[in-house]
Design a protein. Sequence first.
Length: 409
Amino acid sequence: MGFLEIITLLLSLSGFGVQPNPKAPSADVALQYAMPDPDVVVHFDAATVIPNNYKLLAALPNKPEIKASPELTKMVRQVIGQIEGARGMAKGSTGIDIATDINDATVFFQFVPQKEPNFVATVHGKFSTAVVDKIGKLTKGNVTKVGNAMMVEMGPNEPALGVTKDGVMIVGTKNLVSDRLQDAWKAPARTPTSTLGYAADVINAKPVYAVVVNMSPAARKQATQSIGGKNFLTDVITRHKLVTFSVFTDGIGWTWIDSNKAGLDSMEMMSQGALELLKAAQIAPRGIAKIALAGLDSYKGTNKQVDQVLSRKLDVLKLIDTYTGDGNFKQTITKDAAKLRLDVRAQGKTLSEVVSAGMLLPGAVAWLTLSRGSMKSASSASAPPVMVEEARPVPAQPAKKQGLGGGKK
């Protein structure tokens, strides 16, 4: 695939991204089957990412600019075919359509010294107890009824999976799954300063993705021992009381609660530096593209590929504008010295105005170029080798005797 095809493909992907979800789950819904005291909470709103992007992907082959290139059409259809194949296999074996049946997921982890962590994941979507039967047959697991719900144990060292009476899928440590399938289950209580309390604040802000970390003393000890030594990572693990990070449809944000003022000041400075890097990442790709395009003018007429790039100069600039912002996104840093808390928010019209996708473009082009080179190398390597026989010394032959008449025999 040449440079022109890459430009065409990337311009065709301009509609891809994250979309606001008007039906995003509330904290009460997302935390209904939570652990009471997890060390880590991870939340993902799949409805903001999967449905719209899947529709756009399926429509790519019908776009005029894609259809105009046979090579690009073939490549796009191959990618879609592979994805559709995986989707069909998943739906056929489990009854779950990954493109339409998953709304959101929240995972809770609790570290256990010298053992695998306990975890439970709750997934909202279009599920029924029939899913449990199918997964049971697929994994040859033990399917049991728990109240009005169903559960399958997939193996002695494997997680269990169940679907509640209200259609929520739960995956995790066996006893945790079983407890949450009981008819008498009630959502755990949460206080404002508990892990679930902080997680509720984060989830109610309607992120696309979020992680909340509030480690217990035992978990901190295990983490620092596994890392070893005195360094930045062990310091923040020991010192922090809470850290959250969220991705939104219009930007990102994070919260930090420290155990001392000096640590809070350090995290404020680090946050300022991170925001400055985000701004630079927006502007740098634009500057690099303009310098490169201006320099290419000197080579006009010397190379066919250079001339092709120059013929699409406006499209290249449009591509950079599509995937980057001007660096003038809104930023707020709120520092509460009394609570040792730092709240940071970077916000634009879209996520790409804060987290530049433009920095990924050079990597994508390089990857495609290297992949193409690797394919050529592999093709050459697969050709049968030409065998060259090693030269060997010819053994000396005994001298032939001449005939008596002087003639040669």
